[in-house]
Design a protein around this ligand. Structure first.
Ligand SMILES: NC(=O)c1ccc[n+]([C@@H]2O[C@H](COP(=O)([O-])OP(=O)(O)OC[C@H]3O[C@@H](n4cnc5c(N)ncnc54)[C@H](O)[C@@H]3O)[C@@H](O)[C@H]2O)c1
Length: 455
C-alpha cells in the first residue's frame, strides 16, 4: 500500500522525468507536497480591454508612505488633475509628512489613517476615491488590494502584486467581479530606454523576436540589514522562500517587447538557485556576534536563474540576486532574427550595420524611436525624479488613461502573470528544477492583440 505522501512523491518524480507531458496538467505539486489547482473554473467576464470611466479629476488614496510610497506620492502631486484625498501608514509621522506634501502642493490636507495595521480598511471604505495606490511590505499587498477592489476602487499595487498562486488568482477573480482594474505599478516598463526599445521591436528593427532577458541584480545587503525601511521586512522573505523573489522589474519590459498577454503568453518555467551564502557572509563581516539577526537562517539562494518558455516558443531568462556584490543590472535584453539590444549600458547591434559586428549606442536611433511620452513629458519627468523620470512617466500615463477613459496599459492579468514567477520558481526549485506550468490568468484572452503605452 502506498501512503499519500509516497503517492505524491511518485507523482512528482513521474512529473519530473516525463518532462513536457507532465506539465500539460493544470495542477502542480507545491513546495509543501500539496497539489495546487492552477486554473480554477470561474468564468467571470474579462477585464481585458476594459476602459476606465472618464475622470475629470482622479481622487487618490495612498496606503504606505515609507520610502517608495512617499516618492510616488511626490510624482502624483506633480501630475495635473490628481487630488490626494487620503493617506495611510502605521507610522503617524509618515502620514503627517505625506499630508504636508499634499498641502505644499496646494491641495487641502488629506485625511490621515494611522490607527494600526488594519486602518487601511477604513481608507478603502471611503466613497470619494477613484484610485488607491498601495506601497507597503509585500505581505500586505494582497489584503489591501482585495479590500480596495471590494470597495469599488481601481487599484494599483507596488511590485509584486501577490506572493502566491492563489493570491494571483484572487486579484484576477476580484478585479473581474467588481469590474475595477488592479494594476501593478511596474515602473521599469516606462523607462526612456525601455519605451524606445519597445517601439523598435514593434517596428521590426530586430526582426522576428526569439528571446529576451531581464534581471533584478541589485546589491541590497546593507539595506536588508538596516533597522528601518525595507530592513524591517524584506530580509524575512529570504528565510523560508527560495526562488526569484522579485521578478517583475526585469520581466515586465521583456514581456511587453514579446507581446505577452497581447498575442503570446508565458507557458512554463524552470528555475534554479545557487546556494545561500551572501547574506551570511555580509552579516559576519558587518554585525556584532551578539546581534539577534545572526541567528537567522536564509534559504533563498543568492543567484536565481529562471527560464520561461512562451506559447509561441520564445525564451525568456530572468535573474535575481540581491545578496552579493553586483553593480545594478536589469539586463534588459531582447533579440531576434535581425539584431539584438542589451542594456547596462544600452547598446544595439543590427545585422549588416555599417559599423560592423559590434554594439553601438542608441543615439542614432533616438530621432526615429523616442517614445512620445518621453518627447512630451521627458523634461517634467526628469525634474520630478524617481528612477530617472520613469516613475513620473508611469503616474502621468495612468492618470492620462483615467482622464481620457482609455484602457490601462497594464491590467490585472499582467499583475498576476508578472508576479507569479516568484511562487512558480519556488515550486520548480523544490521539485529539482522541474518545469512548472503558468496559469493562464486571461482565460484564453491572451491571443487578443493590444497595445502597451500606445505602441
Ligand atoms: N517600483 C519600484 O521601483 C520600487 C522601489 C522600492 C520599493 N518598491 C516596492 O514598494 C513597496 C514598499 O517598499 P518601501 O521601500 O517603500 O518600504 P518601506 O518599508 O520604506 O515602506 C513601507 C511602508 O508601509 C508601512 N506599512 C507597513 N504595514 C502597514 C499597514 N498594515 N498599513 C499601513 N502601512 C503599513 C510602513 O510603516 C512603511 O512606511 C514594496 O512592495 C517594494 O517592493 C518598489
Amino acid at each position: 500500500m502506498m501512503t499519500r505522501r509516497g503517492l505524491l512523491k511518485t507523482a512528482a518524480i513521474t512529473g519530473a522525468v516525463t518532462g513536457l507531458g507532465a506539465i500539460a496538467s493544470s495542477t502542480v505539486l507545491n513546495a509543501e507536497g500539496k497539489w495546487e489547482i492552477l486554473e480554477p473554473a470561474t468564468t467571470n467576464q474579462t477585464m481585458v480591454g476594459v476602459p476606465f470611466e472618464r475622470h475629470e479629476k482622479v481622487r487618490l488614496g495612498v496606503i504606505g508612505v515609507g520610502g517608495r510610497g512617499t516618492g510616488v506620492l511626490g510624482n502624483f502631486l506633480a501630475v495635473p488633475g490628481v487630488e490626494v484625498k487620503a493617506v495611510c501608514d502605521v507610522v503617524p509621522a509618515r502620514t503627517a509628512r505625506a499630508a504636508k506634501m499634499v498641502e505644499k502642493a496646494g491641495q487641502p490636507r488629506p485625511t490621515e489613517y494611522h490607527a494600526g495595521d488594519h486602518d487601511y480598511e477604513n481608507l478603502c471604505k471611503r466613497d470619494d476615491l477613484d484610485l488607491i495606490y498601495i506601497a507597503t511590505p509585500w505581505i500586505w499587498h494582497i489584503r489591501m488590494a482585495l479590500s480596495s477592489l471590494e470597495n469599488g476602487h481601481h487599484t494599483a499595487t507596488e511590485v509584486p502584486s501577490a506572493r502566491t498562486i492563489e493570491d494571483c488568482w484572487a486579484i484576477v477573480n476580484v478585479s473581474e467581479k467588481h469590474r475595477k482594474h488592479c494594476m501593478m505599478f511596474e515602473n521599469c516598463c516606462y523607462g526612456q530606454t525601455e519605451l524606445m526599445v519597445l517601439r523598435m521591436c514593434k517596428a521590426g528593427l530586430l526582426g522576428e523576436l526569439t528571446h529576451g532577458s531581464g534581471a533584478y541584480n541589485h546589491d541590497l545587503r546593507a539595506l536588508l540589514f538596516e533597522d528601518e525601511g525595507e530592513g524591517l521586512w524584506r530580509r524575512f522573505e529570504h528565510l523560508d522562500r527560495n526562488g526569484n523573489l522579485y521578478p517583475t522589474h526585469g520581466l515586465g519590459p521583456v514581456a511587453n517587447y514579446l507581446d505577452c498577454n497581447r498575442g503570446d503568453r508565458f507557458d512554463y518555467m524552470v528555475s534554479m538557485s545557487s546556494q545561500s551564502v551572501g547574506l551570511q557572509s555580509w552579516r559576519a563581516a558587518n554585525l556584532k556576534p551578539t546581534d539577534p539577526k545572526m541567528k537567522e537562517v536564509y534559504h533563498c539562494g543568492d543567484q536565481n536563474n529562471s527560464l520561461i518558455k512562451t506559447a509561441k516558443g520564445r525564451l525568456i531568462t530572468v535573474e535575481h540576486n540581491v545578496s552579493e556584490p553586483h553593480p545594478y543590472d536589469r539586463i534588459n535584453l531582447i533579440a531576434g532574427t535581425k539584431g539584438i539590444f542589451r542594456d547596462y549600458p544600452a547598446r544595439l547591434y543590427i545585422d549588416g550595420q555599417k559599423e560592423g559586428e559590434q554594439f553601438v549606442g542608441l543615439d542614432a536611433y533616438k530621432a526615429d524611436f523616442e517614445h512620445p511620452l518621453w518627447s512630451a513629458q521627458g523634461d517634467r519627468a526628469r525634474k520630478s525624479g524617481g528612477h530617472g523620470g520613469m516613475d513620473y512617466i508611469m503616474c502621468w500615463r495612468v492618470i492620462q488613461c483615467m482622464h481620457e477613459g482609455l484602457e490601462p496599459d497594464f491590467d490585472v492579468y499582467d499583475s498576476a502573470a508578472w508576479s507569479v514567477p516568484a511562487p512558480l520558481s519556488e515550486i520548480s526549485i523544490a521539485k529539482g528544477s522541474a518545469p512548472v506550468k503558468f496559469p493562464d490568468f486571461t482565460r484564453g484572452n491572451w491571443h487578443k492583440p493590444r497595445q502597451f503605452a500606445g505602441v
